[in-house]
Design a protein around this ligand. Structure first.
Ligand code: MOS
Length: 752
């Protein structure tokens, strides 16, 4: 029963687009109930210490205030958060809102003021008087780096650095060409358009329905049932639309705890929505200090790679991500030593942010490779080709597929790399210094066990369902395409349902694994329906398929057609009717193949080229062109896929030039906690971004041949821009973002 693919591989608009642009798609804070109460969070003003007292009388006296929750009167809680901890929270003692008087980070929620309406809650919250017993805090990673340690409790799913290969230090010492520098990236916050919010609908009898902003409803379900000791049958979590998340919605955030706590206590519906300022009290991309040392032969052939990263974490959880492993994955090298350490600071725990770890580590590595290219006098693209590896030297495995060489070739061709002049500052145009840079990118191509259900009804409509999310990536659309193809139906006859904890099991939408995982599960469920339908069609009276076996038929245009004689067919509706079927429903689970996983490594790759123009006097950097050539297996929908890469590249542009959560270490908090002062790129900052999908055949990474695209777009993006800035200006900026002050302009001639 092989089917043609009408939709797979074709550019399609988002099926959820009309709902989003007309406003009928509702987000977590947009659900209401007759008795809805509103909670406003009060955030701690110190970074470390204790709450000595909270005076609530003035706030309680405000008309419309229902209750003020603090650590002193918090209702009893089961705190069985172990299961939640295994899923996404880093190892340690998970943060528990309102647990006790202890303050462990600035912005920590210390009270929830619940009132009849939001304005009243917010006003009353302003009347709380909090006295603190402050203790000295440490929020500066630079000062804590001496305390750095190798994480003892490993985070699930996060590979530690591989064992050393060869003798990196000895090879480095003996190498004719050497580079040895430190690289830094500022803290960044996710800043999705939709702030974190939870609306808890009190259904009576201890039952609640929770509209949560989350990348995985079943994760929130596990958290709620564990922490509050509730039965799964009394809790349902919904998140059909997510207004961006970038990783901030992997872990249930504290507003979920507060909203559920208040609803259970008050026995009425409660909404808690964080303010934009409070979005800077959640996880973030950690600050890092990285050292990369490269040794090479005179022709740029790598002889030694040393990469050490120190990343900030909180005092209560060991947040870990894969920062350094990319340095022994991307290039061939016999002598490699990688280390990854954490240093505790008095902030909230960092969180996964789009391509966690890779974004940081690949920036440092790809900057260093660029520096090596100049030191060796080798073209920056050529040095990457010269050090190419066909195998995963970390694991001693072949790749399921790797078309990075083709990414280099096609990207360079499209960009016009061969017209680049080698020397820094050699491509000046008027007052602008022009620079071209390149970087490589890689991201793991993962697949996770996922279940899905498919239900075909007699009217010829198909519904597919799994508990995953669509965080703007296009999940609804690609699931619809895959399902439509599997049963030969028009896309208009297919509905995808996601974002409901009652649906078949799915992991969080994250890690770029959703297309491969949920897509494979939906396809498997549809195939199970197809088999049943085929049996029904064959058994129908006077069936043209009576003697056919499955390999003889195709499902196209709502018909089951004899491949050898397409004029002979039975419609899906007739087959259902003949069998007396109103509804055919099947559930299936797709799992990665463990034997394949043992034998092969699966990664996506990219080659990204950037052009910048730097004002020679003012140091203003404009990114004027980007070409990103990506090898990610089969592309389900070139339109949504391209949009993912563009989004990633823009994120990298922000990291390179503007995004920075600026700490005030005296106060131990971030100063620019708003979108006026935290600068994300806007339209005028973003140039034409040319995305190339390189042909890549992969029959091992996932049943669909798909590798995932949510994250690869950002990896390498900042490095390509930084490398272009060096080529333009001759100034190597090793600390992101590359703000004006780091690109000191030329002194005007004749002035001291
Ligand atoms: Mo992603 S950082 O797995 O949402």
């Amino acid at each position: 029963m092989a089917n043609g693919e009408t939709y797979f591989g074709t550019a399609r608009g988002r099926v959820d687009g009309p709902a989003k642009v007309t406003g009928s798609a509702r987000y977590a804070a947009e659900f209401a109930a007759a008795d809805l109460a509103h909670g406003h969070v009060v955030s701690a003003a110190i970074a470390k210490g204790r709450i000595a007292a909270i005076e609530t009388a003035a706030a309680e006296a405000v008309h419309g205030v229902l209750r003020i929750f603090t650590h002193a009167n918090r209702p009893g809680t089961a705190w069985r958060d172990a299961r939640y901890r295994d899923e996404v929270a880093p190892p340690g003692s998970p943060f528990r809102p309102l647990h006790d008087a202890k303050i462990v980070f600035s912005g920590q929620p210390i009270a929830l003021v619940v009132a009849e309406d939001d304005a009243t809650a917010r006003y009353a919250a302003s009347l709380l008087r909090v006295r603190y017993a402050a203790e000295p805090h440490a929020t500066d990673l630079e000062r804590q780096r001496g305390q750095a340690y190798v994480p003892r409790r490993k985070r699930t799913g996060i590979a530690p650095p591989p064992k050393p290969r060869g003798d990196a230090q000895k090879a480095f010492d003996a190498a004719p060409v050497r580079i040895d520098h430190e690289y830094r990236v500022a803290v960044e916050h996710h800043n999705p358009m939709e702030p974190h919010a939870s609306t808890v609908i009190w259904e009576g009898d201890g039952r609640i329905t929770v509209h949560d902003k989350i990348q995985g409803v079943q994760n929130s379900l596990g958290y709620i049932t564990g922490v509050f000791g509730l039965s799964q049958k009394n809790v349902r979590v919904l998140s059909p639309f997510v207004g961006g998340a970038f990783g901030s919605g992997l872990r249930p955030q504290y507003q979920l705890f507060l909203a559920v706590m208040a609803a259970l206590d008050l026995k009425r519906s409660v909404r808690v929505e964080l303010t934009r300022d409070q979005m800077f009290t959640l996880g973030y991309r950690p600050a890092t200090i990285q050292r990369v040392a490269l040794g090479a032969a005179p022709d740029g052939t790598l002889q030694a790679i040393l990469h050490d990263a120190i990343a900030g974490t909180s005092t209560f959880e060991d947040y870990q991500e894969v920062v350094v492993n990319w340095s022994s994955l991307l290039y061939h090298c016999d002598n490699v030593a990688l280390t990854y350490r954490l240093a505790q600071i008095d902030t909230y725990t960092p969180a996964d942010m789009r391509a966690p770890g890779a974004t940081l580590g690949v920036f440092a590595l790809e900057s260093a490779i660029d520096e090596l290219a100049y030191a060796a006098g080798v073209d920056p693209l050529e040095i990457r080709r010269r050090n190419y590896t066909r195998t995963d030297e970390n694991e001693g495995k072949d790749f399921t597929s790797k078309e990075l060489m083709e990414c280099y070739r096609l990207g360079a061709e499209r960009f016009g790399w061969s017209r680049r002049s080698a020397a820094p500052r050699s491509m000046r145009e008027g007052r602008e210094l022009v620079g071209w840079g390149v970087a490589s990118g890689a991201w793991e191509a993962m697949m996770m066990k996922t279940s899905a259900r498919a239900a075909l009804t007699a009217d010829g409509r198909l519904e597919v369902a799994t508990a995953t999310a669509d965080i703007g990536t296009g999940t609804y659309t690609i699931l619809t395409q895959i399902a439509a193809d599997a049963l030969g139906l028009p896309m208009e006859s297919v509905t995808a349902r996601i974002g409901d904890s009652a649906l078949p099991h799915s992991p969080v939408e994250g890690g770029s694994w959703t297309a491969a995982s949920a897509g494979s599960a939906v396809q498997a469920a549809c195939r199970a329906v197809r088999e049943k339908l085929f049996s029904a069609a064959r058994a129908a009276e006077n069936s043209p398929l009576a003697n056919a076996d499955p390999s003889h038929v195709r499902f196209v245009n709502g018909r089951i057609v004899l491949a050898a004689d397409p004029a002979r067919f039975i419609t899906v509706a007739d087959a259902m009717r003949a069998a007396g079927l109103e509804r055919l429903e099947e559930e299936a689970t797709a799992s990665p193949d463990s034997a394949t996983q043992k034998r092969y490594s699966a990664y996506t790759h990219s080659a990204i080229f950037a052009e910048v123009r730097v004002d020679a006097q003012l140091g203003v950097v404009r990114v004027t062109r980007i070409v990103n050539a990506v090898a990610a297996g089969r592309i389900i929908n070139p339109r949504t896929a391209r949009s993912q890469i563009i989004g990633g590249v823009v994120f990298g542009l922000g990291m390179a030039l503007t995004e920075e959560s600026l700490p005030d270490h005296a106060l131990g908090r971030f100063m620019n906690h708003n979108l006026g002062e935290y600068h994300i790129p806007v339209n005028a900052d973003v140039p034409a971004i040319d995305v190339i999908f390189v042909d890549e055949h992969d029959d091992k990474a996932s049943p669909l041949g798909v590798k995932g695209l949510g994250e690869i777009g950002i990896v390498g993006s900042a490095a390509a821009i930084a490398n272009a800035v060096y080529h333009a200006t001759g100034t190597r900026v090793r600390s992101l973002p590359m703000t004006l002050d780091k690109l000191l302009p030329e002194k005007p001639a004749g002035r001291a």
